[in-house]
Unconditional design. Structure first.
Ligand code: PHE
Length: 340
């Protein structure tokens, strides 16, 4: 009997249990009621007293060995993450990757671009670190003019002045220097101003400016283009008005207001009870600006406009504090999943 036990022990040790099937075969062969080990216990009953003791101990050891191996293999198979190929259900739908969502300002920027691209505007880009000429002088800001103070910024170098651009109008200048009319472009980008941070102002924000220079471009083109934009952005019922204003680089200049979306013109906190919200600055490109860029103002005219992406977004999503856009608070950001 001892011989038998030894050989079964050897078999137990060398049995490969690498799959659930093999494990079941192992159980049937050695441990189950009709398996080898229980039948050895039956056999043992016929042995004499002395032998029974000796064989009993050997048998118990063997039983423990087999059960231990069974348990360990079972656990390992249960925990193993690599499922055998035949257990993967290929007909199940794919678990989708979790996608993030775009920042609300990016959503708005893309929507603005979409509207203007349909009108034939392309997207132009330029540097955020700019020299005085492209940011101010070429745009007809005379030295020491108070209009410069309204756009105070951060200077990187003085004399010659290198600064963080205060508007994306610098890209208008770069475009007109590089390209002959017709020019029909919009310029989205980040701009900087030296302002104390509050719910309504920040030291940086985002703009989209537009420029259209060609023969016979008139104020009516400006009006209709921006009216179309406002309708695409905020719906067909939106009303729009132009208020005379001043920018050194446009003449005449107008501030563009839209009817307040929150109170529908009745008057509320957002529109300061006027029923109107300012949305953009605009005007006909000043002849001096065209001249500064080598374009003959007798031959060509153009219009330009500029709007703050934060402001457009605020009116789309009713966000009242500008600081939320740059705080990176995930609870705020993850609310902007859908493009409306
Ligand atoms: N550049 C102006 C600003 O940042 C906006 C503007 C652009 C106004 C074009 C008129 C024409 O305030």
């Amino acid at each position: 009997m001892e011989q038998k036990i030894k050989s079964i022990e050897h078999e137990v040790n060398s049995f490969l249990v690498s799959s659930k099937e093999a494990l079941e075969n192992f159980r049937l062969k050695f441990i189950s009621k009709k398996g080898m080990i229980p039948s050895l216990f039956d056999e043992m009953k016929q042995a004499s007293g002395e032998e029974k003791k000796k064989v009993g101990k050997l048998l118990n050891d063997l039983k423990q060995l087999a059960e231990g191996k069974f348990k360990a293999a079972q656990e390992e198979l249960d925990n193993s993450s690599i499922e055998p190929a035949d257990q993967i259900d290929l007909s199940l739908p794919v678990v989708p990757n979790k996608l993030g969502n775009q920042h609300p300002l990016s959503l708005t920027r893309h929507r603005i671009i979409e509207v203007f691209e349909k009108l034939g505007f392309n997207v132009a880009d330029g540097p955020e670190i700019e020299d005085d000429w492209h940011n101010f002088t070429a745009l007809n800001f005379p030295p020491n003019h108070p209009a410069r103070e309204m756009q105070d910024t951060f200077f990187i170098e003085k004399n010659p002045d290198i600064l963080l651009r205060t508007h994306t109008s610098n890209v208008q200048i770069r475009l007109m220097k590089q390209q002959k009319p017709p020019i029909r472009s919009i310029m989205p980008g980040r701009v900087y101003r030296n302002e104390a941070i509050s719910a309504r102002a920040h030291c940086f924000f985002h703009q989209v400016e537009g420029l259209y220079v060609d023969k016979n471009v008139g104020f009516a083109d400006l009006k209709q283009t921006l009216y179309h934009f406002a309708q695409e952005m905020y719906g067909k019922d939106i009303k729009i008005r132009y208020r005379p204003s001043f920018f050194p680089f446009t003449e005449p200049s107008a501030e563009i207001d839209i009817s307040c979306l929150i109170c529908k013109g009745a008057g509320c906190n957002i529109c300061k009870h006027s029923g109107w919200v300012e949305i953009a600055g605009s005007g006909m490109v000043h002849p001096n600006v065209l001249k500064n860029c080598g374009i003959d103002p007798e031959e060509y005219t153009g219009f330009a406009f500029g709007m703050g992406i934060e402001r457009v977004t605020q009116l789309l999503f009713r966000v009242n504090d500008l600081r939320l856009y740059s705080e990176n608070d995930i609870r705020f950001l993850k609310q902007f999943k859908t493009v409306i």
